[in-house]
Design a protein around this ligand. Structure first.
Ligand code: DLL
Length: 419
């Protein structure tokens, strides 16, 4: 998109929030600026950040830039700590959001008439209704299964001839297991595409899902505060997520200093919305970590592109002073034969020392092997973890099916430390 036009959109949005939302007016004042001080894109870093905690203060209505009666829908974040943040939508917000999601689906070759099973949860979570409205706008046929009742989900997938599956990657993995358990050959299902997001997942997990369901699996990114799913989407090249230039301005910052980082450097994702009427976000700190690509994509798009999400600033575990991201653990596990994609990390404190134990599920093939081989596997994982993380980690191998399956976002970390 043309830079001038984009700046005009930014300026319009800055004026809009300044005129309508007391929170922004106050924050701008404290930073000693008004929208008039922003003369070009280069001035954006002068604008103060918006934090999740700022939004929490406005529970239960959320930050509102319109009259309450103009709100046609509310959603809320799925945050596990503190009060949820509430986001509101006008008629126009719902239409634009649906358009964004429809464009994401079109980007990976999903078309009018395709049968989509939408197993994202319907409700306050934005996944279910977000994908639903986008898919309908595209003209696809939606089967709104929501999460849960996995046996029935598999039956529906087969009976309805489902071609596209939308859900969290961990649920896709579980569905693949139930498909196998039911003696269904995935090659004989018409399923061809998966649209997976709402939680971190690695490239190796993608390969496992693609092979076990015989599909191409695409990453979709979003966040309640930004509107929901459809903020970022991979194209068929599966190389980074595209973010529409006319909908958001993306910045990557150093989470400690707040300084804007150059393209290619890893840091915290910050979004400014250019389309939201009811709950506009200006320089919103997502807490998600990734980087910005320097150039346009081989697919021809020149829109902004971000790397797949690497983790969250608040997901980082500090174990005996060492920073550990769950994505590093998943990366190590994914390279080892004999382990499935299911694992859980337990952290506890014994005396004054942190201890980390990883429960790793073995595959069915390995389950038939001897105790000696299983012990070897445990030793190998512990050694590989030490090589990457530089801390001793206890690994416990468990039998297939032992790690709890999730119907939505998987709970990978159980932190029992009382600090
Ligand atoms: O998870 C929206 C969504 C629904 C996205 C369906 C994709 C598909 P929240 O519940 O507010 O919204 O959670 C947002 O989930 O800040 C990330 O940490 C994480 N997340 C979302 N998508 C991805 C992804 C929805 N593709 C939080 N990769 C975000 C990694 C993701 N993490």
């Amino acid at each position: 998109m043309d830079d001038d036009l984009r700046f005009k959109l930014l300026k319009k949005n800055l004026n809009y929030v300044y005129a309508r939302v007391p929170h922004y007016r106050k924050a701008f004042k404290e930073a000693g600026i008004t929208p008039d001080d922003i003369g070009g894109m280069k001035d954006l870093p002068k604008v103060p950040f918006l934090y999740k905690d700022d939004l929490r203060k406005y529970y239960p209505t959320g930050i509102l830039a319109v009259e309450k009666r103009e709100v046609v829908r509310y959603h809320a974040s799925s945050g596990t700590t503190g009060k949820p943040t509430v986001v509101s939508y006008t008629q126009s917000d719902i239409r634009t959001w649906a358009q964004m999601v429809a464009d994401c689906l079109r980007l990976v070759g999903i078309n009018e008439g395709d049968i989509i099973q939408n197993s994202y949860g319907y409700g306050l979570f934005t996944g279910g209704l977000g994908l639903h409205y986008g898919a309908e706008l595209l003209g696809a046929s939606v089967v709104p299964t929501s999460g849960g009742n996995t046996q029935r989900q598999v039956q529906i997938m087969k009976d309805f001839g489902v071609q596209v599956l939308c859900c969290t990657p961990s649920y896709a993995l579980y569905l693949a297991e139930v498909v196998e358990r039911n003696g269904i050959d995935p090659h004989e299902l018409p399923l061809k595409i998966g649209v997976f997001g709402a939680e971190p997942w690695s490239d190796s997990m993608r390969r496992i899902i693609e092979e076990s369901l015989d599909i191409k699996a695409y990453d979709i990114y979003g966040m309640s505060e930004l509107g929901g799913p459809g903020v970022g989407m991979e194209c068929p090249n599966q190389d980074g997520l595209h973010v529409w230039d006319d909908k958001f301005i993306v910045e990557i910052i150093d989470p400690k200093t707040g300084e804007v980082l150059p393209e290619g450097e890893k840091g915290e994702l910050v979004f400014t919305s250019l389309w939201k009427e009811a709950s506009p976000v200006i320089r919103f700190r997502t807490g998600d970590i990734t980087y910005l690509y320097e150039e346009g994509c081989e697919c021809g798009s020149t829109d902004q592109r971000i790397g797949r999400l690497l983790g969250r600033t608040d997901d980082m575990l500090i174990i005996r002073g060492v920073n550990v991201f769950p994505s590093q653990i998943e990366h190590v596990l994914s390279k080892i034969k004999g382990v499935s994609g299911h694992y859980q990390i337990y952290v506890d404190r014994k005396g004054s020392l942190d201890e980390m134990e990883i429960f790793v599920e073995m595959t069915k093939d390995l389950f038939n092997d001897s105790m000696r081989e299983i012990l070897e596997l445990k030793g190998q994982i512990e050694a590989d973890m030490y090589a990457i993380l530089n801390i001793k980690v206890k690994v416990t191998i468990v039998e297939p099916g032992k790690i709890p399956r999730s119907e939505g976002k998987a709970q990978r970390i159980v932190d029992k430390r009382v600090i």
